[in-house]
Design a protein around this ligand. Structure first.
Ligand code: ADP
Ligand code: SF4
Length: 703
């Protein structure tokens, strides 16, 4: 028997109605873009979480009826008996490792536009759907209400038949009809289902009771509730109606799963909620109102904090979506005392973005996420080496660190050379920007493990030339030399360089600024530029960098204007649920925003911003422009080596030369990590990068 530790409390079994969770680690429902379209991948993805020690593993949202379906998004589906077998694959994969399987049943009401079923959406009242689809939802009459109760019951029974241990009733994220009924700002019905809190929660109560009657003898019935919408009096508030709802229903569910709404608040990025446990101020009252177990979330990764929360009586279960994505083996690592092996979530929401772009889940920290079934990747194991080759990895950004680490895990001898005196590349550099400090975890986690490997030699301050590399006797070269921001405006809008010949103002890139950040004095920030002068940030990139640079410069005392070719600021961050928060923050910091504008003329200190739709232009003087337009790969070394290395040996495979990460094609940090991982996984296996190297789930052609 293992010796007791201070973390034992996290491994106590906890009853949930008629079932018992083996420990307090609870993977709350989260989307993964696999769902009903990719059932094998779904089952494997959830099964690995159970293998990693999560005591409860939940599905994502599971649609219970075609009156609320969110196609083209790939969530779960349990419309009729035909869907039971694929769910059974998931429950079996979870049960194989002794965990409980939970299913989040949902009717999304006016959050769904029913693009596939073409049925009219339902809601508490007549109103437009959440999306900008030109579709209205219909106010539910008494027959609809009776139907909704029955659909929940039918789906709960099917869930039980599929083997689920916990069945959810769901009123969170502003994405469920039950939540819409709870919201005073929406539910102005004049019947017994609208008006007072007791009336507004009547439908939820009826459904909870009906589901308990139907499956409560075999399954725990969980209720997921957003106790606060962070909208003040305009929304549900933890101190007001949120508390009243919990008090009214206190002992009815077997488990309370509580969070804050909407999804952008529940899954807040580290940029906007840097602290672990950021939801507790809203959710920790729940335990004082009910005797039933409570699960809550808040990007928990610290074992000590988890213990403290349980001991203080704030939560019974450590809920996690993102920490379980970044590290499916987090519970086992805590149990085994391997805290330094935990791959901590960085709060970037690339995982969330994959759902929003209708792609299979991916994660910055965990490149195996979503690849468990189709590529057979396991987050904690990798094929052993097929030979005894030595590999030189050049560059220790995310791509270089991941490839070096995984090659070493496989047993290869690795030399990792880094020009700078600190490893980490862009993850380290960008972590100096406001709100991005957690990006350093990408480097820290990998460097920590690299130091434990005797078969990696890390050489810092070692900028290698093509000749240096040629002169080593290492046959296999992996270049991870990164990329640089263009200073000439080249990007999506300007396929040619912008004419800057008459410019007198300084032309800078994010690289120029980030390099100077360690010295916090703004005098060093941009040499020769008056710290109080006006600076233009020109964003044709649309991810986080333009907005972050604007925020940073404003904090440093500059007078900042952000112009973007998109109609909103940092447009792609809609997918990471940050866009509205970024635009609001910049406005609150008095950054001047010009949307739908492109840089047309730069003359002296004067800049003309033209309207992308042909409207009027704006002209202003600036002392500098920061070009956030696009990045180009640093491939010089690759080109030189191609000339130096013997073609025969490269063709025969006795030598190899590969570019990975940003120096192959600049993209997200997640993509660089993924490529580094892919390179290491496939090294020596002779796979070519354009072969279809994953299994596909082909539609069964029987009707
Ligand atoms: P990626 O995201 O693809 O990992 P990064 O830009 O984060 O790329 O990292 C690239 C790293 O490569 C940087 O830390 C840089 O200092 C290093 N580097 C670039 N050229 C060389 C070189 N010739 N020798 C050693 N290190 C290099
Ligand atoms: Fe965390 Fe980012 Fe991974 Fe999501 S993608 S789990 S936020 S590290």
């Amino acid at each position: 028997m293992s010796a007791s530790t201070k973390y034992d409390v996290l491994f106590e079994p906890v009853p949930i109605g008629p079932v018992t969770a083996p420990n307090r680690f609870y993977q709350v429902p989260h989307c993964n873009g696999l769902g009903h379209a990719r059932p094998f991948a779904e089952a494997r993805n959830r099964g690995i979480k159970a293998e990693g020690g999560w005591g409860v593993v939940s599905t994502q949202e599971v649609e219970i009826h075609p009156t609320a379906e969110v196609s083209p998004f790939q969530e779960g589906r349990l419309w009729d008996d035909k869907d039971i077998p694929y769910h059974r694959m998931t429950t079996e994969a979870i049960h194989e490792h002794g965990a409980l399987a939970a299913i989040e049943l949902v009717h999304m009401g006016h959050h769904a536009s029913n693009r596939s079923s073409r049925l009219a959406p339902l809601s508490a009242v007549h109103m437009p759907v959440d999306s900008i689809d030109p579709v209205n939802a219909r106010a539910m009459d008494k027959k609809d209400i009776a139907n909704l109760r029955q659909w929940h019951v039918d789906a709960a029974i099917r869930s039980m038949q599929a083997g689920y241990d916990i069945v959810y009733v769901y009123a969170a994220h502003n994405m469920s009809i039950l939540m819409h009924f709870l919201q005073a700002r929406i539910n102005n019905r004049s019947d017994e289902y609208g008006g007072s809190v007791v009336n507004r929660l009547r439908l939820t109560r009826e459904i909870l009771e009906a589901v308990k009657d139907a499956v409560g003898h075999r399954c725990g019935v969980a209720f997921r509730l957003a106790v606060d919408e962070l909208m003040g009096a305009d929304g549900i508030q933890a101190r007001e109606d949120g508390r009243e709802i919990v008090t009214e229903l206190a002992e009815l569910p077997d488990l309370w799963d509580v969070n804050i709404s909407d999804w952008s608040n529940d899954s807040a990025t580290a940029r906007f909620q840097p602290d672990e446990g950021y939801q507790l101020p809203y959710t920790d009252f729940v335990k004082s109102v009910t005797s039933k177990p409570v699960v809550g979330v808040g990007r928990f990764t610290s074992a000590d904090k988890m213990v403290a929360m349980v001991k203080k009586g704030q939560l019974d279960f450590i809920g996690a979506a993102r920490p379980s994505i970044a590290d499916p083996f987090l519970p086992n690592k805590i149990r085994e005392g391997n805290l330094d092996l935990i791959r901590e979530c960085i709060g970037c929401n690339i995982c969330v973005a994959s759902d929003n772009i209708v792609a299979p889940i991916r994660c910055t920290q965990n490149p195996t996420q979503g690849e468990e079934w189709r590529k057979g990747w396991h987050p904690e194991s990798i094929e052993p080496a097929t030979g005894n080759e030595q590999i030189l990895v050049v560059g220790s950004g995310p791509a270089g660190l991941e490839s070096a680490l995984q090659l070493a895990e496989r047993g290869y001898q690795v030399m990792l050379a880094e020009a700078s005196d600190q490893p980490g590349g862009r993850s380290l550099k960008e972590s100096r920007l406001p709100g991005l400090s957690s990006y350093k975890r990408v480097a820290d986690y990998r460097i920590g493990l690299i130091k434990q490997h005797r078969n990696i030699a890390l050489h810092l301050g070692n900028k290698l030339s093509a000749n240096d590399i040629h002169e080593t006797d290492i046959s296999h070269i992996c270049l991870a030399t990164g990329a640089h921001w263009c200073g000439n405006g080249f990007g999506r809008t300007h396929h040619d360089e912008i004419d800057l010949a008459r410019a007198k103002l300084a032309i800078l890139t994010p690289d120029d600024l980030i390099e100077n950040i360690p010295s916090t004095s703004n005098h060093n920030l941009v040499e020769g530029i008056d710290p109080a002068s006006s600076v233009l940030v020109y964003d044709d990139d649309h991810y986080y960098m333009g907005g972050v640079i604007a925020e940073y410069l404003q904090e440093q005392g500059f007078n900042v204007t952000l112009a973007t070719t998109e109609s909103i600021v940092s447009g792609w961050t809609v997918n990471t649920l940050e866009q509205e928060k970024i635009q609001s923050r910049l406005l609150s910091k008095n950054v001047m925003l010009h949307t739908s504008k492109f840089l047309s003329v730069v003359d002296g200190y004067s800049v003309e911003l033209a309207c992308t739709y042909g409207g009027s232009s704006i002209q202003s003087d600036f002392s500098a422009i920061v070009m956030v337009t696009s990045r180009l790969p640093d491939v010089e070394l690759y080109k030189q080596l191609q000339k130096l290395l013997p073609t025969d040996a490269l063709n025969q495979g006795s030598k190899s030369l590969r570019c990975i990460g940003d120096c192959y094609a600049p993209s997200t940090i997640a993509a660089a990590i993924y490529q580094g991982h892919q390179y290491a996984r496939t090294f020596g296996l002779g796979s070519d990068s354009y072969s279809i190297d994953y299994k596909r789930e082909i539609i069964d052609l029987r009707e």
